[in-house]
Design a protein around this ligand. Structure first.
Ligand SMILES: Nc1ncnc2c1ncn2[C@@H]1O[C@H](COP(=O)(O)OP(=O)(O)OP(=O)(O)O)[C@@H](O)[C@H]1O
Ligand SMILES: [Mg+2]
Length: 322
């Protein structure tokens, strides 16, 4: 497919805004996605990920801001932009009553493939996504994971230079997720650029060359996974005290040892980001010296909540999402 291959950025967006009523769903998003990379957009429910993709994919008109896809303006050259992109939505974009094979053939034909070519492509893609056994079954009888795989397969019929994947692995079992990651890597190896949204830090970490963390329509952090993790800490310490009365002292002790902000999500519980998991040793020694008894302790990878806490100073609020 023709596109200006000397454009270093597959996507350049400046100040994208989308307002729904009085909700600034996307509130000034800048993105620079290098050609040939996997770019992760990480954020909780309602952060504005899908809305941002919809604008970049010319499905939704921005209220303000500009963006180009391989140098082509999304508002001035939408037809060209559409030829350069593939979009895999959060929800299946296929006909429920038809089989997987029939769906893929129809999409292939719509994209200009010949009859035999479309059929062969369908067979190959179903094989690649482990759906051969279910090829003749109507989509209505597919599980959620099978639908996701078929959805991605559809977007790969004509492998476009830029592929938007909106939460491609949400709801998949671990094995299928790993398989999906391998497919995404293969797409990039064969020349595509990928923008993927996810709510999973580990997924962005595994796949993305760069990540934009988005919250309430804003990019709150941007960088390589290593840069982001360095700013957040690679581990999270969770401690439950024997006695609620010790909480203030324990918080002070941990803050002094780890040089970080300690949160108290529950009366006896403290959580803190750690640069290295072995920081826990010093914490335990100091708590013992202070005669503070511990009921439970664990060290975990930071959750998305903790990343947000570290990056934005505010936790992801439950219940305010769509
Ligand atoms: N068509 C619409 N009309 C009105 N409000 C909308 C519309 N689409 C999205 N919103 C609102 O805009 C905000 C951002 O939604 P968006 O779907 O972009 O978030 P998201 O990051 O994709 O979330 P999720 O992880 O749940 O998919 C939310 O508050 C949502 O309710
Ligand atoms: Mg979404």
């Amino acid at each position: 497919m023709k596109h200006s291959s000397h454009t270093p950025f597959a996507i350049e967006a400046r100040g994208l805004v989308k307002v729904f009523g009085d909700n600034r769903a996307v509130d000034g998003v800048d993105l620079h996605v290098p050609t040939g990379s996997i770019y992760g957009v990480l954020g909780p429910n309602g952060a504005g990920k899908t809305t941002t993709i919809n604008m970049l994919a010319t499905l939704l008109r921005p209220d303000s801001g500009t963006a180009t896809i391989f140098g082509h303006d999304i508002q001035e050259e939408p037809q060209i932009v559409r030829q350069l992109i593939g979009v895999t939505g959060q929800y299946a974009s296929v006909d429920e009553n038809l089989s997987a094979t029939e769906n893929l053939i129809i999409f292939g034909r719509l994209l200009g493939l010949g009859r035999a070519e479309a059929r062969q492509k369908a067979v190959d893609l179903l094989e690649e996504f482990g759906l051969s056994d279910a090829a003749k079954r109507p989509i209505a009888k597919y599980s959620g994971g099978m639908r996701r795989r078929l959805d991605l397969a559809v977007s790969l019929i004509a492998q476009p230079p830029l592929i938007f994947l909106d939460e491609p692995t949400t709801g998949l079992d671990p094995r299928t997720r790993t398989q999906m990651w391998a497919t995404i890597r293969r797409l990039v190896a064969s020349g595509s650029t990928i923008l993927l949204t996810t709510q999973y830090l580990d997924e962005a970490d595994q796949l993305a060359d760069r990540i934009a963390v988005i919250d309430h329509g804003h990019v709150v952090a941007e960088g390589t996974p290593d840069e982001l993790k360095a700013s957040v800490g690679v581990a999270a310490l969770n401690i439950t005290l024997d006695h609620e009365k010790d909480i203030t002292q324990a918080k002070a002790v941990i803050e002094a040892v780890l040089h970080t902000t300690v949160q108290s999500p529950a009366p006896r519980t403290l959580t803190a980001p750690m640069a290295k998991p072995d920081g826990v040793t010093d914490v335990l020694i100091e708590l013992r010296k202070a005669h503070i008894g511990l009921d439970e302790i664990s060290v975990q990878k930071p959750t998305l909540d903790e990343v947000f806490l570290a990056l934005t100073g505010t936790p992801v609020k439950e219940g305010e999402q769509s």
